[in-house]
Design a protein around this ligand. Structure first.
Ligand SMILES: [Zn+2]
Length: 175
């Protein structure tokens, strides 16, 4: 094959695969295949993504802008695993909770999932282990605002309520 033929063939292949991707179901098929490849080659996949991030840092930023909740979920899972908690929830499950949790269950403030503001805000979301256990499942985890989570600290749900009640009772003349 001459150089020219080779170039022509590559061009043809490119057009063919572009058309192939457009056909119904093929995009999903490709996603599935690359998911399987990533599972079989975790180290190579990691390296691949690291290089891609280095080459195109703007892609990650754009992705975060388009997927703020998913980004927050990924970061939260990583954070909690690193702290030694047993996270038994999938990303999709946490994302579902996030989509339903528009306000903090304790103080009612609107939760802001947008991550590109730099620092964590008071109304940023945070994963809360409701009864302060090590195991994190859909039943034992909720999303509350950062400020409430700081105040709740290592208290269980009932301890937190009791704590608030105690303060309210003590200063009831003020309210
Ligand atoms: Zn709150």
């Amino acid at each position: 094959m001459t150089n020219e033929e080779l170039i022509r063939k590559r061009e043809k292949d490119k057009i063919y695969s572009r058309e192939w991707r457009k056909r119904p179901g093929n995009k999903e098929k490709m996603k599935q295949q690359s998911r399987e490849w990533r599972e079989k080659n975790p180290e190579r996949a990691k390296e691949h993504y690291r290089r891609a991030r280095e080459r195109h840092p703007e892609n990650l930023k754009n992705w975060i802008r388009k997927n703020p909740i998913r980004y927050w979920v990924n970061e939260s899972i990583r954070h909690h695993k690193r702290k030694g908690y047993e996270v038994k929830m999938s990303k999709a499950e946490i994302e579902e909770i996030a989509k339903k949790t528009l306000n903090c269950p304790y103080c009612g403030i609107e939760i802001d999932y947008s991550p590109l503001k730099g620092k964590v805000a008071k109304n940023s979301p945070s994963l809360d282990r409701i009864n302060n256990g090590n195991l994190m499942t859909e039943k034992t985890t909720q999303i509350i605002c950062q400020k409430c989570n700081k105040t709740k600290s290592d208290r269980t749900h009932l301890e937190f309520i009791g704590y608030c009640e105690q303060i309210t009772r003590k200063f009831k003349d003020l309210i």
